[in-house]
Design a protein around this ligand. Sequence first.
Ligand code: ZN
Length: 325
Amino acid sequence: MVAAKRTGIIDLHADLPADVIKYRDLGEHSVMERRHLPKLRKGGVTALVAPIWVESRFKPRKAMKRGLRIVDAFLEDLAESTDLVLVKDASALTAAESKGKVAVVLGCEGGEFIDGDLGILRNYRRLGLRTFGFVWNERNALADGMYHKDDDRGLTKLGRQVVEELDDQRILIDLAHIAPKSFWGVMEVAERPVMVSHGATSVRTSLRNSTDDQLRAVAQSGGVFGIFAVNAGESRDLKAYVDHVMHAVKVAGIEHVALGPDFYDYLFDELKIGDDDHLPAMVGLEDTTKLDTVISELSQRGLSEEEIRMIARDNFLRVFKKVVG
Ligand SMILES: [Zn+2]
């Protein structure tokens, strides 16, 4: 059995800024340290990608301001913490881990907050943004999300400029939630490895499963595909989750698979739980404290300690280092 604490786990998608701004707006402090750190530690998480996710009601007109407020709340909260640290490159990430801290990478899910302006994108980068997800499920000025998978317009002209700017700025492109034509539009332009921070495979049909061709394209870019714990099939348990991981390993190769569970147990009040994209928590994988059970299950499936370490941590780290530095 492989111990999660020794392996270290990087979670490619943890929606923590949404929770932080909620509680800070109610007057709380140190939200990450008090509400989330103990759970992250229990699950063996040593680093995570935390996205700016602007709620639909602010889009598009107020998205930039909302994005800035979310970043401010999140950075203020991290500054109040001794055990969580914002990292802007791979060496800072590993340095934080080796000091026993949890490293936090700032990402985003939905590009509305740049307000169509590459200068604003660069300013967000100055604030720490290091991964960039073009869309949530909606359509925006850059690309289409999965709600538009059947009438996807593809990557827009502005979207294309953003891809080029992300490559120039060495921000890691995140293709979670993106509709198929838009996905291939980005792949055509992107020159660096890409990631899908939280996606599902073709093992079972869901709103957000990627085809095997998409998985292989991510792998061919040198990138990484994180498996999420939402639409993992009828059985919806740890085993179903690991079925997706194993399928991705088979199709993309073990060096291109990672964990992006997208836990949102703390956001149940905000989300419409029960719709296609927000099913109740998976049995045995309800929240981040259960992440180390994935490690044990991977071991049961016959993966070696080294292979598990690749999926749990090293694959993302390699791609992050390659793209961001
Ligand atoms: Zn998501």
